[in-house]
Design a binder for this molecule. Structure first.
Ligand SMILES: Nc1ncnc2c1ncn2[C@@H]1O[C@H](COP(=O)(O)OP(=O)(O)O)[C@@H](O)[C@H]1O
Ligand SMILES: [Mg+2]
Length: 338
């Protein structure tokens, strides 16, 4: 299958502002020393591809860099280095005109649908707006027909047309956000934790809509979540990231059957359905470390890995292939210790 989006050696770091205290009270040399540790490494050399019509789940705990990757794909954030290719074209070098048509093809939905819908617009205006931007020649009836078609796909009745977002439930708001994202025939949807803020009973509805759109409309989707369990029946492949680095990427069935990376194992053993008896569980102690001043030459998971060895601190493991569809980055796997 053809690759639609290709992410190559992507890096993003944020330089944190010096504090007032430091600027006023520290000497220049001390300031410089302190500054070298004030870089936040959010995304560190990540590469993966998304094939046309595929749903790739990007999984990792909060703070691992998922939203930062999403924002770079949407061109809402600049890259620090690396490249993002869409249909073999580097998106960071698109002209204004090319960027306009790129933005039409790429749409994003967010964790909090209410924040992403304009509170002063009724559903009808919310749905018509992208059409008037991208299809200015469309008349009102055509817009209205397209709107009704999309509402129907997203299991929303036509009575919602005259409602304001605050008159809808969280699940309905998210369905409107999906309908709005897809109304201008987008090719690629980035769904950043689309069900994390919703009740469990409503989550399934939204996940079903996304699965149907993928099946029936060939939508390509990057599905971002911190909850590995919901990816099992939806995603074709899973990419697991930790502290800005890719740990493992593979076919969903393979990852669930035989996770390789210790972090993937820990995530899976935390899911009750798939969890092993308590004695065999890998329990992660403590929180994800800070990415500020992160040592880029060691394994990002070293400080929490139950199998850590000296080499893990001295050298960052590279992604290696383990079987047909699986890549993982771990010294323990390379040395067949795990
Ligand atoms: N604009 C920003 N300025 C500084 N730090 C940021 C900014 N955006 C994100 N970060 C930091 O980058 C890291 C990754 O964040 P994010 O991509 O939001 O993670 P996730 O979506 O996986 O929870 C976090 O440590 C976060 O605090
Ligand atoms: Mg996020």
């Amino acid at each position: 299958m053809e690759s639609l989006l290709s992410i190559r050696n992507l890096k993003k770091s944020f330089v944190l502002e010096s504090s007032f205290f430091k600027t006023v009270f520290l000497k220049k040399k001390q300031q410089d020393q302190a500054d070298s540790t004030r870089i936040l490494h959010a995304v560190n050399d990540i590469s993966f591809e998304i094939l046309k019509g595929e749903m790739l789940a990007l999984v990792g705990e909060s703070g691992s860099g998922k939203s930062t990757i999403a924002q770079m794909i949407m061109r809402l954030l600049d890259l620090s280095s690396g490249s993002i290719l869409y249909r073999d074209k580097a998106i960071e070098r698109l002209s204004r005109k090319q960027l306009f048509s790129y933005r039409k093809k790429m749409q994003m939905i967010f964790q909090n649908p209410f924040a992403s819908l304009s509170p002063r617009m009724r559903v009808q205006e919310i749905m018509h707006e992208p059409l008037s931007i991208h299809y200015p020649k469309m008349n009102f009836t055509e817009r209205q027909n397209k709107t009704k078609e999309m509402l129907n796909i997203c299991a929303m009745g036509e009575d919602s047309l005259s409602r304001f977002p605050h008159e809808l439930s969280g699940g309905q708001q998210q369905r409107i956000a999906i309908a709005r994202a897809l109304i201008s025939n987008c090719e690629f949807l980035v769904a950043d934790e689309p069900v994390s803020a919703l009740d469990v009973s409503v989550q399934a509805q939204i996940l079903n809509i996304l699965s149907e759109l993928k099946k029936n409309k060939g939508l390509t989707c990057l599905f971002i979540t911190h909850d590995l369990s919901i990816t099992k029946h939806m995603a074709d492949r899973i990419a697991v990231i930790y502290l800005g680095s890719l740990c493992e990427i593979g076919k969903t069935s393979d990852v669930f059957r035989k996770p390789l990376h210790p972090y993937t194992k820990a995530l899976l053993s935390a899911v009750p359905e798939f969890g092993k008896p308590l004695a065999q569980r890998i329990e992660l102690k403590g929180d994800i470390p800070t990415p500020v001043g992160l040592d880029l030459n060691s394994c990002s998971f070293a400080s929490r890995c139950p199998y850590v060895k000296d080499r893990c601190y001295a050298e960052k493991p590279k992604l290696q292939s383990y079987g047909k569809n699986v890549l993982a980055a771990c010294h323990g796997l390379e040395e067949k210790r795990l």
